[in-house]
Design a protein around this ligand. Structure first.
Ligand SMILES: [Zn+2]
Length: 92
C-alpha cells in the first residue's frame, strides 16, 4: 500500500478519483453528488501534496463546509480557512 492509499483508506465513506491535471496549482476538489462525497486528487502533484489534498478535501466534507463557485467570495474563503484549520488538526 502506498502512503496515498493509506490516507484514502482513512475515509471509507468517500469515493476518490485520481486525475491528471497538468497545472502546477491544481491539487484537487471535492463534490457532493446526490449526497455522496466524491474527491478528486491531481496525481501529477508530488505525494506529500496529494496527501495534503486528501486531508484538506476530506475536511470540507466532514464538516460540510463548501464554498460557492466564486474563488474569492466570503463563503469560499471562509470554507477554505475552515478546511485548512481542520486538516492541520487531523491526527492520522
Ligand atoms: Zn479547499
Amino acid at each position: 500500500m502506498t502512503n496515498v492509499e493509506f490516507y484514502i483508506d482513512q475515509f471509507p465513506d468517500y469515493t476518490f478519483f485520481g486525475i491528471e491535471v497538468p497545472h502546477r496549482w491544481y491539487y484537487g476538489e471535492v463534490n457532493k453528488v446526490n449526497g455522496k462525497i466524491v474527491i478528486y486528487i491531481n496525481v501529477l502533484q508530488p505525494e506529500w501534496q496529494q496527501i495534503d489534498t486528501i486531508v484538506h478535501e476530506a475536511g470540507h466534507a466532514l464538516f460540510n463546509m463548501y464554498g460557492d463557485d466564486k474563488r474569492w467570495s466570503m463563503k469560499t474563503m471562509l470554507a477554505e480557512k475552515q478546511a485548512e484549520y481542520v486538516s492541520n488538526h487531523f491526527n492520522i
